[in-house]
Design a protein around this ligand. Sequence first.
Ligand SMILES: [Zn+2]
Length: 280
Amino acid sequence: MNSFQAEVTKSIFPPLTLIVMKTYCLFITMFTCTLTNLFGEIKNGYEHEISSIRECLKNLTAIVDENNNLSAYQTRKIETKIKSLVNDISYYELTEKLLYQFRTIAPALYNEIDTLTDKKRRRVNVYVKFIPTDATQVKAWGTTYMSQSSSDPDTSCSEYGELTVSVKIWMVNKALLVLSHELGHVKYQVSHLVSYKEYYEKHYYAIMSQSNNIGHDTNDPSGNSAKKSEQIFRKEYTSFLKMKNGKIQSPVVLMKEIRKNLGNDKYTYGSILLTGGLLN
Ligand SMILES: [Zn+2]
């Protein structure tokens, strides 16, 4: 087992305590989830919040730019908030770029998940976020979260509501490979939610705290789907490199460019980003 596999073996259904916690949150979400999901697809996990983040950032930078009588304490507080908002925008844009890269390298694999349906042939949205390294409770390069709806065990749920799955990928060099692995889990689990939940409980609950191979028993169909998806991506990536059709930049390089561009965007973000050194 290489280090990549060692890291991602914890990545499917989270440990029991996490499932319980997530399910609790989802029950709250489900009461407000009334949208019928007609158009399932892969989505940027930050997209729901990005408009309000941009608006908030614009307002805060205007306050600082237009007020000369703010105390040092008030300025510091606002700058801290601005830094946090800029950080969120950076990860939104990074996710956009990495999803685009994934689609460019492996279009068929991307399209398969982009049109994913569950057992009842309903479209399911897969929300993907690329996040800072080590930012998840489960220490794995990739994590896939889904639970069952209390009203229908075949309906997947995540923090995004019913008929959704949430995938989080650390911003590591192999981020796209990790994504392909997680999407393999998603593909199997969405269409076999009830049977796989039973399999998971039977095989893993008793050994949850001692094993670092949760989700990857020899005959685990979800684990096998993840490995197959990973193999397809590796093959596609090799072909892509041979064709020399484009350049793939690492998440770190992409993030540097994104932050540099944000710093140049005076119109949207105000001069504070440049003068305050907030993008460093
Ligand atoms: Zn896995």
